[in-house]
Each structure stands twice: as C-alpha cells, then as structure tokens.
Design a protein around this ligand. Structure first.
Ligand SMILES: Nc1nc2c(ncn2[C@@H]2O[C@H](COP(=O)(O)OP(=O)(O)OP(=O)(O)O)[C@@H](O)[C@H]2O)c(=O)[nH]1
Ligand SMILES: [Mg+2]
Length: 632
C-alpha cells in the first residue's frame, strides 16, 4: 500500500519520511537548495520481514498543490503531518479537504516536531486536530506525537501505518497506470512511473498511452522499487517502455498507460460534484476550473446539470467540459480548484466518463445518471428499467472497467438478456417482439396487397421507437426465430401471402414460367395477351399489381423481369469490376443488343450504374435495391 504525506509547508513531511525509511525524498537540486519540496518524492523501506512501507512525499507549498494532487490521487492512505510548533495552517486544511474529497478513509496524523512543544501544547494541538478531522473521511484517525529529530514516536508510527492494511484497488479489471513521471534511462530508454489504479501489468504487455494512443511494450518493470515480472493495482511501478513513436517528449505526467481495451480518451465527464462548505459563493454554471484527475491536470468548465448554481456544501450533477482529452473511468475522483489555482473548491466523482455533448440535462439523461451512480450490479439493474429499455454493454463495461464476462454475469443476475451488443430485460425484449409483430399484422390488415414493410418504415411505425442498431438486433432475432420473413426489401409475417384471384393466379403461373425460361429477355405484355388469349389491358393490370407486390420489375414499358433476376443482372454488371460496354453486358446475358440497352438505361435511371460515353460502371451503394447481389 502507498502512503501519501500531506500537510503545510515546513511541517516536517520529508524529514518524517526520512526518519521512517532512511530515504531523502527531496531529489531535485532546487529542493535541496531551498530546503522545500517542490515535486513528488518517493521512498520505500523494506522492513526485512517481507513487509514494506512505500511513500509518496508531497510538497506543502501553496504554489505546488497541483503537484501534491498528482501524487494524492494514487494513494491508499494518508499521513497528515502537523507541526506541534505551529499547529493548523492553510495547507493543513486544504490537504485535508483534498483527502476528504478523494474519499481516503485510512490515515494517521503525525504531530511532528514534538521535541519543540511541551505536553500541554501537544494535548491542545491534538484536540484541535481531532475536531478538524471529525467532519472528514479521516474522522477518528490516530494522532501520534513524533519527532524526526529525536526519534520519538517513529517506531509506533511505523507500526500504525503497517496496520492500515492492503490497497483496496481492484486487480480484476483491465490495467491502467497513472503516469506521474517520465524520464530516459541511459541504455534502457523511456521509463514511466506511477500508480497502478487497476488490473495487472506484466513484462511484454502491449499497452497504449491515453490520450495520445501511442503504442508501448513493457520491456521490464519495477514494482514498489523492486525488479519484478508484474505489478498490480495499488502498487507503484516503473515501466521501461518501447514503442515506434515513443519518446520522453511524447509522454506527460497525467497520461495513462492502459490495456488497449481501456483506451477511450474523453473531454466530457459527467460527475456528482460537491462544492466545499468553505466556498463563500455559490458555484455558477459554466465556471472555469482547474481539473485534477489521476495525475492529470487540465483546464475545463463546469456545466451544472441541475439548476444554474450550486450552493456551498451542496452536491449536484455536473458535466466537466475539458480543454484537452484525458483518460477517465466511472468512480474516478476529481478535484477542482479555482481559475487562479489558489484554492481547492470542489470534489467530484465520475458517474459517466463519456458525457453527451447534447441533451445532457434532459429528465431522461438525469434519470440515466442517477442509475449510473449506483454500484455495478445496481446500476445495470436500474439502467435496464429506464425508458430507453436497453444498455450498450460494451460501453457499460468500458466505463466501469469490467470485462465482458463480468458484464454478462451482471446482466444475467439482473434478469437481462443479451441481443447483439445490447442488454435488455427479458420482458422488454418480449414486449418489443409483440410490438414488432403486431405492427406488421396491423399493416398487413390494412394493406393486403402490399408485400410488407421496409425495415426503416417498420421501425418508425412501431409503438416504441428504438434506435436503429437496437431495432436491427431485435429484428434479426425475429428473423432467426422465423417469426418474421425477409422478402427482398420487405418484411412480412410468415402467414402473409398475397392473394390473387383464381383467374389471375392461374395466369400468373403461366406467365411466371415464361419469365423464368427467358429470364434475360422476357416476353412483353402484348406477347402474353396473345399467347394466353387474354385482353392486353388485363395482363397489364396484373403485371402492375405484381410489380407493387415486389415480384416483378418493369424494366422498360410493358416489359417485366422477375425481381431476383434484376438482382442477378446487377450482379453481372458489377462483376465486370471496372467500366464495361453495352456489348460486353449483352454478351454475358446473350439477350440481344436492344434489350441489353433497355436494361442498362433502367440501371442508369436508378443510379445503379453511371454512364460516361460508351462506358458504364456500377455504384456500390445502389446495388441492393432489388435484393442481395452476389459478391463479384
Ligand atoms: N526540531 C525538529 N525539526 C524538524 C523536525 N522535522 C523536521 N524538522 C525541520 O523542519 C524543516 C522542514 O522540514 P521538511 O521535512 O523539509 O518539511 P516539509 O514538510 O517536507 O516541507 P515542504 O515539503 O516544503 O512542504 C527542516 O529544517 C527540518 O529539519 C522535527 O521533528 N523536529
Ligand atoms: Mg518536503
């Protein structure tokens, strides 16, 4: 487990870490010269019995709170340092606010420089601190007087820290590490260090950098300062990375190293935001803020989703609109500071890392956010019951770093079923099925001589309007179950067949046989009239009706082709693979120049082919108007 220091400048954080580990975490020249901490420092001590203490030492200076934040967002426990000589100071308060907003519940307070205070003073300081902690996540934390100078209390503090336990970060999801440092090591190349927030990272893993998307392979790694084969959630790791475009300049503090499954940079994060009670003014809609998430620090604005202001001490839903993309997942804690970066103003917890640019405060979206605010199982169960009626499972899993099998387990637990990539309640799917079939039934009832509905018309006619992708999944399910039949471009119920009168039916039988026999050069209306001794007008009426039913297509005046034959001929034209002449087309169909040209002119009129001089080519997007076309 990683312990992070916190506390006002000069209160003895670095000295205490040194007393605990023997390591001076102030490694920068400027830090040594000025006697203050500027950037994060790291120190580990092996206690010899397999146990280890790991520290991130932060600066107390008010100008370096952003560095403190880059470290604090990765820690599991806090070591709040208060000087017995000075007591509570502004950054004692601010750092404690940050610990509270990060939801850190484990920690110890070290009352440092105990050698400079008498017993009465110490008791007084302890009482002050206890009062201050009472309203924070560190309520009731142990307060130990210590001195880095005399060694007083150091052994006790060490034991206390060890008792805080293991990291609570989950090792089950995909890997993500928040980079807080990047440097080049002679002979090794690019090295990044940071806290593993989830999953495991192993030597040879192929990972991505978020937001840049650069590829990186792990050549070797250190976990908690020791050479290792793998590092896991809760540990600090140093990764030696290699990648085609990887360099020190291509990596920044705040970037994430992630499993490729988790790479999804975002600039709109929907959060539950809490404004600190210490803020004098309400927070206004669209206020500019500094946003700290993981080790990242970017500028952004707060779009309030419930009302136009948020009062001090209050909570509300908001969307953070960032100036740069970052990596974020549900549950990630965020700290907001004021535009001049002089104070911490609010904390937030990520509810949906992929906030929508539009309709972000509609009642429907707010209900969704409310559902998303729950723990994984509860969130999925609630989402399935919302008006939308479906959950995009990949997005749900990604936002929460859940692997597909885990999402499916949660779905089953919530009585849901999976349809393509969507999760629906079994009863929702059943209702949708009834809706779909009823819609077709009603349509057939009032349009007996129509072959059915085109898919988009069906979607728009159903009682519930599903998004296209979900509708497609629902429809595919019905088609697979044979409850709906695909008939060329139309959908119909299996029982629906077009009834022609007995006479027409008999005539159609003969005509269709002729149309099959001479499929590329079929007889015309007049020919049928003569052959079968029927008035020409009657044949024309029948053919027109069959055209409406989608069985035949009128390619030229009074000349009808069977619909599948039209699809076949489109396939022939497409089969040339490039520009072709009418003569080439005629030779393939062997149907004479005149008919071949009538067909091609029909294709031109319907956008299936484009003509340039004597040459034509097919237009891929237009090929399937008359049914599936075989691939060339
Ligand atoms: N007498 C006494 N002096 C201490 C003790 N701990 C630290 N100091 C002194 O206090 C000064 C500041 O100590 P640091 O450990 O650098 O303080 P810090 O909290 O790390 O300061 P920043 O990192 O700049 O915020 C140094 O001069 C230390 O020698 C202590 O227990 N007793
Ligand atoms: Mg220091």
């Amino acid at each position: 487990m990683i312990v992070g220091t916190a506390g006002h400048i000069d209160h003895g954080k670095t000295a205490l870490v040194k007393a605990l580990t023997g390591v001076d975490a102030d490694r920068l020249k400027e830090e040594k010269a000025r006697g203050i901490t500027i950037d994060l420092g790291y120190a580990y001590s092996d206690l010899g019995d397999g146990r280890q203490l790991g520290f991130v030492d932060v600066p107390g200076h008010e100008r370096f709170v952003h560095n403190m934040l880059a470290g604090a967002t990765g820690i599991d426990a806090a070591l709040l340092v208060v000087s017995a000589a000075e007591g509570l100071k502004p950054q004692t308060i601010e750092h404690l606010q940050i610990i509270d907003l990060l939801g850190l519940e484990r920690g110890i307070v070290a009352l440092t420089k105990a050698d400079l205070a008498n017993d009465d003073q110490i008791l007084e300081r302890m009482a002050e601190i206890e009062t201050l902690l009472a309203s924070t996540s560190l309520k009731g934390a142990e307060i130990l007087p210590v001195s880095s100078l005399t060694g007083q209390g150091i052994g006790e503090l060490k034991e206390g820290l060890l008792k805080l336990g293991e990291s609570s970060k989950g090792a089950t999801g995909f890997a993500r590490l928040a980079i807080d440092r990047c440097f080049v090591l002679a002979g090794a190349g690019v090295v990044v260090t940071g806290t593993v927030h989830a999953g495991e990272i192993k030597v040879d893993d192929r990972l991505l950098l978020t937001p840049s998307g650069l590829e990186a392979r792990v050549r070797s790694l250190h976990a908690q300062n020791r050479q290792a084969e793998k590092g896991r959630a809760g540990q600090r790791c140093a990764l030696n990375l290699s990648g085609p475009r990887l360099s020190k300049d291509a990596v920044r503090r705040g970037d994430w190293v992630v499993s490729p499954d988790l790479h999804a940079p975002t600039e709109r994060i929907d959060v539950r935001l809490k404004l600190l009670l210490s803020e004098g003014q309400p927070l206004k809609h669209w206020s500019p803020v500094h946003v700290h998430l993981g080790a990242a620090h970017v500028m952004g604005r707060v779009a309030l989703l419930e009302g136009n202001t948020l009062a001090p001490g209050e909570q509300g839903l908001a969307q953070l609109v960032l100036e740069e993309k970052v990596g974020a997942l549900s549950g990630d804690r965020i700290i907001l500071r004021d535009p001049s970066a002089t104070r911490t103003i609010a904390g937030a917890i990520t509810v949906d890392p992929f906030g929508p640019p539009r309709n972000r405060r509609t009642p429907r979206r707010l209900a969704e956010l409310l559902a998303l605010g729950g723990a994984d199982a509860a969130a999925l169960a609630s989402l399935l019951r919302l008006e939308a009626g479906f959950v995009d499972l990949a997005r749900f899993g990604l936002a929460r770093n859940l692997k597909a099998a885990e999402v499916e387990r949660l779905l089953a637990e919530a009585s849901g079923v999976k349809l393509a990539g969507f999760g629906l309640l079994a009863e929702t799917r059943a209702q949708a099925s009834v809706d779909l079939i009823d819609t077709l039934k009603t349509y057939h009832g009032t349009n007996a001589d129509s072959p059915g509905l085109q898919p988009e018309r069906l979607r728009l006619t159903m009682k519930k309007r599903w998004p296209q992708a979900v509708f497609r999944a629902l429809l595919d399910h019905e088609v697979a179950a044979k409850t709906v039949v695909v008939d060329g471009p139309f959908l119909r119920l299996p029982g629906h067949s077009l009834k022609l009168g007995a006479r027409d039916e008999a005539l159609w039988k003969k005509i269709s046989a002729d149309l099959i026999r001479e499929r590329f050069k079929p007889p015309r209306v007049r020919d049928f009239a003569q052959s079968y001794g029927v008035p020409e007008a009657d044949v024309r009426r029948l053919m027109r009706r069959l055209g409406q039913l989608g069985r035949v297509v009128e390619i030229a005046q009074d000349q009808y082709f069977l619909r599948p034959v039209v699809a076949e001929m489109i396939g022939v034209a497409h089969g040339f693979g490039s520009e072709f002449t009418a003569a080439q087309f005629r030779d393939k169909l062997d149907n004479g120049r005149k008919v071949a040209i009538l067909i091609l002119e029909f294709f031109d009129r319907h956008g299936i082919t484009v003509r340039r001089g004597d040459l034509r080519r097919t237009v891929p997007a237009k090929l399937e108007q008359y049914g599936p076309v075989a691939k060339a």
